[in-house]
Ligand binder design. Structure first.
Ligand SMILES: [Zn+2]
Length: 758
């Protein structure tokens, strides 16, 4: 049962509506979110019939339900993002668009308050019959969040009325004495708390607590339904669901003072952050369950690390801070925010990562939209909220959690304090805060000392203050503050080299680079086209340098490193070690990768070249331009000079003819000048167990003899072996074009990982 509401924890976040950025970094991201991301989301919601579903459900249009059964949630998330934008920029076009959509939501809402276009249009008799799978309560939760944001930003209650009508209906169906059941995808819990905060209707808080205590019935890890929440100690299952759940649990714990929930949160927090989180703050390594596996399982190239999960980590971290008032939670929030979350969206604001790997052979690229559009719509609603994470207060203390130039108005009990931050974060560790309390008063100013800041300088009105952070990780100054008081804080932003716990085996022998809150990576385009063959010795001096014209202005790290020389192995099995080649590297912030031409990327860098991936000795093939009868995957992968680990290497960029099956197909290399060729080596791709590619039924080589395709003469065996090169020698030809012709097996396709010519 619910305990009575306590005032034990009085930390309040300063709402986003009270914070106006004046900096470069966030101001431009929020503006791009408004002009690009939001515009794209508006368009996609219309074009994919997500809005038409509401029109049809409301009798304003005709047609059938279109799309995925939880598509309503995307529309609500876009509305929430738009509403947050309106808080600082009352853009009339956005406001009109929202008014029009809200009218459609109202039309689609049933007389009893129910609102879900899928059920209304497709299975009107099946409401609430499949809570674990069908996401009705998840969609409802996103409606509530959108409604609260819209009300707070505009003062209009048009959407809030729809939300409370639906919430009242849900409250009449579920709860003690009513229907029970566990929603498969959490969201309703935290959303009901928001609805409670804006309406003061305690039934909503009670219902949130009810849903949390329903969990533990099905035994399913996937949706954290394996044991009751109060008994949970480890993070399991789907990462986004887990984050939304624990954000809701922390909310309820904050209002109820429920000690069991506090303890449960603390156990799970330790499990995630000490054993299951990427250095980017990304979580959920596995694509299989879109979530968690075993401790220290943190593969880099196949990292799932969904953009939504990083956003969820920020949501939960912030609530953990509000429970405990300790800086460690904001450290994680900042780590996820500036790395694994921001990487989810392109600098231009209109392409998105669903997964956020820490290593790539060049096969990962952001996309404008996804059939399941959770990530773009989470980005569009999150970015304009970021100001809401900067400050918190109690009646007697003002907490500064994040740094960037901004103007904020903080209410502390009866008192108002204007605070003016000047900073060049995240590029520099210096920040100046000017305080303007409405009357001179004693209060405590708490400045978060980030965990990465090993040294800190602090001045009050120009005088050096010698204090160290308190046990909560904050630099605490208590005095009678006067208007115009100035605090300057300077956090040391040296380049740090990070190593991982040896149990995180994917990172053994490697280090990562961090400066301030930013994790760095090497990208091929800055590093002569390849990074997998680079090692960074531990003692290599690295310099930080601001590059105003690169990637919208970033601090890069530069210095000497070693590149493994690609040896000509020929037929040799062993070789004397050759010396490394010295090279200059440029590392960029991880969040900014894949905004230029595609190529390799790595966050974790080997300390020695022995751990690098050698490039193959360039063959004649690398000078050719590839073309093919049909392409799935990357044509260029066939000649990228990267040695696969095996024919089943899923992380390796690949060229395939999928979904052609049983047909004759070809891949061709065209050269600018005639070249002499007498040997060809092919590494076949095979995805048995995953897909439909196997080696072909048969294959042969043809060369272009003055416009006539002719098979090469006296070829050795055309091999079909897996896990190695199939080399064919033949009478030399001099030609500008050579091609592989394949006969695909019946009902199967083919592909190749690498093709060499000599
Ligand atoms: Zn997502």
């Amino acid at each position: 049962m619910m305990e009575t509401i306590t005032s034990k924890h009085t930390l309040q976040a300063v709402p986003v509506t009270q914070v106006q950025f004046t900096d470069q970094f966030w101001t431009s991201k929020i503006e791009i979110n408004r002009t690009k991301t939001l515009a794209q989301c508006f368009r996609q919601c219309e074009e994919t019939n997500r809005i038409r579903n509401f029109e049809v459900a409301g009798g304003l249009n005709t047609g059938d339900f279109d799309g995925i059964f939880f598509n309503d949630s995307d529309v609500y998330k876009v509305v929430e993002g738009a509403a947050h934008i309106l808080a600082s920029n009352r853009d009339p076009a956005i406001e009109t668009q929202l008014d029009q959509w809200i009218a459609k939501f109202a039309a689609a809402q049933q007389a009893d308050g129910y609102l879900n276009t899928y059920y209304t249009l497709v299975e009107p008799d099946k409401r609430w019959t499949d809570l674990p799978v069908m996401h009705e309560l998840y969609c409802a939760g996103h409606l509530f969040e959108a409604a609260v944001a819209h009300y707070r930003s505009t003062g209009k209650s048009s959407l809030l009325d729809i939300a409370t009508k639906f919430a009242d209906y849900i409250d009449s169906v579920f709860g003690p004495g009513g229907k029970s059941g566990t929603p498969g995808h959490q969201e309703i819990e935290l959303a009901l708390v928001k609805l409670y905060e804006v309406t003061d209707e305690k039934r909503y808080l009670d219902l949130a607590a009810f849903f949390i205590d329903q969990r533990g019935q099905s035994g399913s890890d996937y949706s954290q339904d394996h044991v009751p929440v109060r008994q949970q100690s480890e993070i399991v299952g789907h990462a986004v669901r887990a984050m939304y759940l624990y954000a809701g649990v922390a909310d309820v714990a904050r209002y109820t003072g429920d000690e069991d929930l506090f303890a449960c949160m603390d156990r799970i927090w330790k499990d995630v952050t000490l054993r299951k989180m990427y250095i980017t703050g990304g979580i959920g390594p596995s694509g299989h369950n879109e979530g968690f596996t075993v401790p220290y399982d943190l593969p880099n190239e196949t990292a799932y690390a969904e953009t939504c999960a990083a956003i969820g980590m920020v949501l939960w971290s912030h609530r953990m801070f509000l429970l405990h008032g300790r800086s460690e939670y904001i450290d994680v929030l900042e780590q996820s925010l500036y790395n694994g979350l921001l990487s989810g969206v392109s600098l231009d604001g209109d392409n998105f990562f669903y997964t956020n790997p820490l290593s790539s052979h060049g096969q990962h690229h952001r996309q404008p939209w996804f059939g399941c559009a959770c990530c773009p719509t989470n980005v569009v609603r999150f970015i304009p909220q970021v100001g809401g994470y900067f400050y918190a207060s109690t009646a007697s203390s003002l907490w500064v959690n994040l740094y960037a130039s901004n103007q904020a108005t903080v209410s502390m009990g009866e008192q108002m304090v204007n605070i003016h931050q000047e900073s060049n974060y995240p590029w520099q560790g210096w920040t100046k805060l000017t305080l303007e309390p409405d009357k001179t008063n004693d209060f405590q100013l708490c400045l978060r000392q980030p965990n990465w800041a090993k040294q800190v300088g602090l001045k009050l009105n120009g005088q050096i203050l010698q204090i160290t952070s308190n046990s909560n990780g904050y630099l605490e100054i208590t005095r009678a503050w006067r208007a115009g008081d100035v605090v300057e804080v300077n956090f040391d932003m040296s380049v740090e080299r990070i190593i991982a716990n040896p149990q995180a085996k994917a990172n053994n022998g490697k280090l990562a680079l961090r400066r301030g809150p930013l994790v760095y990576c090497l990208e091929a385009t800055d590093n002569d086209g390849s990074v997998r063959d680079i090692a960074l010795p531990r003692n290599s001096p690295l310099k930080a340098k601001f590059e105003p014209n690169l990637l919208d202005g970033v601090v890069v790290l530069q210095g000497p490193a070693n590149r493994r020389i690609s040896a000509d192995w020929g037929t040799e099995l062993y070789k004397t070690v050759s010396l490394d080649q010295e090279t200059q590297i440029t590392a960029i912030p991880y969040f900014a990768w894949d905004n230029r031409e595609s190529g390799q990327m790595a966050v974790w860098l080997p300390e020695s070249t022995i751990l690098t991936e050698p490039k193959l000795q360039p063959s004649i093939a690398s000078q050719g331009r590839p073309s093919a009868s049909h392409v799935f995957g990357q044509l260029s992968a066939a000649i990228d000079g990267i040695l696969p680990a095996s024919s089943a290497d899923q992380t390796h960029p690949k060229f395939t003819w999928w979904d052609k099956k049983g047909t004759q197909e070809w891949i061709c290399l065209t050269f600018n000048e005639p070249v002499q060729i007498s040997e060809s080596s092919v590494y076949w791709f095979d995805d048995t167990g995953f897909g439909e590619c196997r080696p072909p039924e048969s294959w042969w080589l043809e060369w272009d003899n003055s416009g006539q395709w002719q098979p090469v003469k006296n070829p050795s065996k055309y091999g079909l072996q897996l896990d190695g090169f199939n080399s064919v020698t033949f009478d030399p030809v001099t030609t500008q074009q050579l091609r592989i012709v394949v006969e695909l097996q019946d009902n199967l396709s083919s592909g190749l990982l690498e093709w060499l010519l000599n």
